[in-house]
Design a protein. Structure first.
Length: 471
């Protein structure tokens, strides 16, 4: 019998160390035990962009039986930026009013009534016209030709049975789309995050060239793939609302989870916790854009100012919050004068991070502006068995917290509610000698081995019912 072989298209793969790598690593780790030969097509580290986080230790999680093939990449947007710089400097030197300094905000300078913002707006439109095609669907678009060429060779030489792509980056799905059309192999597209439905990328929903382009690309992927995977029920409902119930037959929800092997060297999840004078709350990961802890910092500042927190009763550890190019949290903590409560530390390796989380009493989860998604770290928190405090607006994250009894959640901008939650936690931990852990049944539901079995079922179904390539 010819062995089944899968080609996994995952540009996010070790030694990259961002959140997108872990789902693909889990599948690659446990599929061989289910009878699959695994070949991973990913990006060559020599072509990572500057500042890409890496962790060589993650490579140890990939079994020797898994073949990892790495393809080069280029970044057209970066090239365009280098070419544009001389022109941008020239435009700045000759901006409105630069010649005689008489242009004013009401347009009565020598420019004959032209508002300075008009030229800046025109320059921005020109820049957008150049840059948007070079970063749609994302800035990894320059990986496509190299990945497609390598993928076609691997399908031919390795006898690939099925192709799988994991996005974001959405470039991975475009590689899968081209390989499906070129070879006719069954193809499974995995949406780890919403493509169109993310609040972080409103441009994708707008009536602009970029918005229309993103929607066309998503439609091609969803309609051409033999099976589509999402990781929350809300993401499933979002796709069904956009493409109709006809998609339901090939749409499957497989949540994120955790790899039990990552926790083998940690103490087992505690069934109880002894009361003590200090509650340690820990969060793993960086912050960006709207995803921040401003409300939490404000709450701690207010409690500190009013004396509602006993000295030494609370410590909040933000592991990985200190990173190059991001000083927002550090500045806010210093301005609030709560450095003795909120501790910010640089990023550490995944194993070290898990050990620090295991030492905490409560694990902090932050989800802002993404109602369809759940942060991957939520499942690591489940593996650790600790109660969760989620700062999230109502959505997929709060659904998980409520459904599985993980802890409590409050809106990230409801400062009064955050204050009450922190005070209640301190009182509970001081008063109670024992505290329940997350149910073992919940932990079992998100075990990566069980989720890989579900994934195996989707792959087999795709192979049995592969649809013809659209003309």
């Amino acid at each position: 019998m010819t062995p089944r072989r899968i080609l996994m298209i995952a540009s996010e793969f070790p030694p990259k160390a961002n959140a997108g790598v872990y789902r693909s690593v889990r599948f690659a780790r446990y599929l061989p035990g289910l009878g699959w030969g695994v070949c991973v097509l990913t990006m060559d580290p020599r072509w990572y962009q500057p500042g890409t986080p890496t962790d060589e230790g993650l490579l140890a999680r990939v079994p020797d039986s898994v073949e990892v093939v790495r393809a080069a990449a280029v970044y057209p947007l970066d090239w365009a930026g280098r070419l544009r710089r001389p022109f941008s400097r020239g435009a700045g030197a000759r901006g409105p009013g630069a010649r005689d300094g008489k242009a004013s905000a009401n347009g009565h300078g020598r420019g004959g009534g032209t508002h300075p913002g008009d030229n800046r707006g025109m320059l921005q439109r020109v820049k957008d016209a150049v840059s948007l095609p070079l970063m749609t669907p994302d800035r990894h678009i320059g990986w496509i030709p190299f990945a497609v060429r390598a993928g076609r060779r691997l399908i031919r030489e390795r006898g690939i049975t099925v192709v799988y792509s994991s996005g974001p980056p959405w470039t991975n799905h475009l590689v899968g789309l081209r390989l499906k059309r070129a070879t006719g192999r069954p193809w499974v597209a995995d949406f780890r995050d919403p493509w169109i439905g993310s609040d972080f990328r409103p441009i994708r929903r707008g009536d602009t060239w970029a918005g229309r382009r993103h929607r066309r690309l998503e439609r091609r992927v969803v309609e051409t793939a033999d099976r589509v995977i999402v990781n929350t029920p809300r993401s499933r409902d979002d796709l069904l609302a956009r493409y109709g119930d006809g998609l339901a037959d090939k749409l499957t929800v497989i949540p994120n989870g955790f790899d039990p092997a990552d926790y083998a060297d940690l103490d087992p999840p505690p069934a109880a916790r002894r009361g003590g004078p200090r509650v340690v709350v820990a969060h793993a990961g960086s912050f960006y854009g709207k995803r921040n802890v401003d409300g939490l910092i404000d709450a701690v500042e207010n409690l500190h100012r009013r004396g509602d927190l006993a000295p030494g009763s609370l410590e909040i550890r933000l592991i990985g919050a200190l990173r190059p190019g991001r000083s927002h949290e550090e500045a806010r903590v210093e301005a609030a004068g709560v450095e003795d409560v909120i501790k910010l530390t640089p990023r550490v390796g995944h194993d070290a991070c898990l050990r620090q989380l295991a030492e905490a009493d409560v694990l902090l989860l932050v989800q802002v502006g993404a109602p369809l998604s759940v942060p991957g770290k939520a499942y690591e928190y489940i593996a650790l068995g600790k109660p969760v405090l989620a700062l999230a607006h109502q959505g997929a994250t709060t659904d998980l917290v409520e459904r599985e009894g993980l802890g409590l959640w409050v809106a990230p901008d409801d400062v009064a509610a955050i204050e009450k939650s922190l005070v209640d936690l301190c009182r509970q931990f001081a008063a109670e000698s024992r505290r329940p852990a997350i149910s073992p049944d919940v932990r079992d539901r998100y075990d990566g081995r069980r989720l890989t079995e579900q994934f195996d079922g989707v792959l087999r179904e795709a192979c049995r019912n592969a649809q013809p390539v659209p003309a």
